[in-house]
Design a protein around this ligand. Structure first.
Ligand code: UTP
Length: 292
C-alpha cells in the first residue's frame, strides 16, 4: 500500500500572528527567505509523495501563486542574467503535482481534512501542518512512511515535551512496540487527551503536525460533532478511529520548530539562519556582537 497524496490544510485564520496575517496567509510567512508552507511541500517531495492537496480558504491565493509558474518573473530574471535564481523559482512549481479545494468556513482541522475527501478518495494519505517545521536528514514524513509500510495503519508523529507544556498539545497514552527495528520510538496508542493539565496527562508524548491516515478517518470525522471552540477537532476524530483501528505514535528524529507561535517562529528563524552556508557566519558574528 503506497501513499500518493499529502493534504496540507492552510485555511486557518492565523489569529496568533495578527496583524501580519490580516492580508496575507500565515503559511506564507518566511523563515529567512522561504515561506513556511514551502518547507512542508519540500518534505512531501523528498519523502517520495507525488501530490499535494491544499485545503485553502479566503485570502489564501498567495499560496496558489507561490506554487504556480510565474512566466513574467522568470522572463525578467532570465533577461537580467539571473539564471540560477530563475531555475530555483521554477523548481518550486515542479516539486510535486498540486490540487486545491476550499474550506468555506474555517471550522477546524477535522473539517479541513474532511473537505479534502473527494480529492483524496478511498486511499490512505498524509497530512502536514506547515506550522510545524521539522528539520532532519531523513524527513519526518519519510520516517513515518516506514511505519505505515510495515503495518498499513494510521501513524501520528509524536514528540516528548516538558511536563509543564503538555496542556498545549494532544497527548497520547501508548504501549511501546518492543520491536528492535523501531529503537524504542514506536507506540501503539491506547488513548489521546486534548490539552490535559500536567497532573492529568497520561504521558509527555505530544502529537505533532504530521499524520498518515487511513480513509476510515473520513467516515469518523463526518460523524464527529464540533468540540472545543465549536470546531471539528482532529483529535476527537482520532479518538473515535481508535475504537475501530489501531493507531501508532512515532517519536520522530529531528528538530521541530513550532512556527505557529511567535517565539517558536523566532527560534526557527535564528537557528535556520545560523545553518545557512550563505549567511550563517555573518549572522553568528552579529548575534555575538549583541553581548546579551
Ligand atoms: P492552527 O490551529 O494553527 O490555527 O491550525 P490557525 O487558524 O492557522 O492559527 P491561529 O491558532 O488562529 O493563530 C493548524 C493548521 O490547520 C489549518 C491552518 O491553516 C494551519 O495550517 N486549519 C485550521 C485549516 O485549514 N482550517 C481550519 O478550520 C483550521
Amino acid at each position: 500500500m503506497r501513499i500518493h497524496k499529502a493534504v496540507l490544510p492552510v485555511a486557518g485564520l492565523g489569529t496568533r500572528f495578527l496583524p501580519a496575517t490580516k492580508a496575507q496567509p500565515k503559511e506564507m510567512l518566511p523563515i529567512v527567505d522561504k515561506p513556511l508552507v514551502q518547507y512542508a511541500v519540500e518534505e512531501v517531495a523528498s519523502s517520495g509523495i507525488p501530490m499535494v492537496v491544499f485545503v485553502t480558504g479566503r485570502g489564501k491565493q498567495a499560496i496558489e501563486n507561490h506554487f504556480d509558474v510565474s512566466a513574467e518573473l522568470e522572463q525578467e530574471l532570465a533577461g537580467r542574467g539571473k539564471e540560477s535564481l530563475r531555475r530555483q523559482l521554477r523548481r518550486i512549481s515542479g516539486m510535486v503535482r498540486f490540487a486545491y479545494v476550499r474550506q468555506q468556513i474555517p471550522r477546524g482541522l477535522g473539517d479541513a481534512i474532511l473537505t479534502a475527501q473527494d480529492l483524496v478518495g478511498e486511499e490512505p494519505f498524509a497530512v502536514l501542518l506547515s506550522d510545524d517545521v521539522i528539520v532532519n536528514e531523513t524527513p519526518c514524513l519519510k520516517q513515518m512512511l516506514k511505519v505505515f509500510e510495515r503495518y498499513g495503519r494510521s501513524v501520528v508523529a509524536v514528540q516528548r515535551v516538558p511536563r509543564k507544556a503538555v496542556s498545549s498539545y494532544g497527548i497520547i497514552r501508548g504501549r511501546l512496540v518492543p520491536d528492535r527495528d523501531w529503537q524504542g520510538r514506536l507506540y501503539r496508542i491506547e488513548d489521546m487527551v486534548e490539552k490535559p493539565s500536567p497532573k492529568a496527562a497520561p504521558s509527555n508524548l505530544a502529537v505533532i503536525g504530521r499524520y498518515i491516515l487511513t480513509p476510515t478517518i473520513f467516515r469518523v470525522l463526518s460523524a464527529t460533532a464540533p468540540g472545543a471552540g465549536g470546531e471539528i477537532q482532529l483529535t476527537d476524530g482520532l479518538r473515535r478511529l481508535l475504537v475501530t483501528e489501531p493507531i501508532y505514535g512515532y517519536v520522530f528524529e529531528g528538530t521541530r520548530y513550532d512556527a505557529g507561535d511567535k517565539l517558536g517562529f523566532l527560534r526557527a528563524t535564528v537557528e535556520l539562519a545560523l545553518q545557512r552556508p550563505d549567511m550563517g557566519k555573518a549572522f553568528r558574528r552579529y548575534l555575538k556582537s549583541l553581548r546579551l
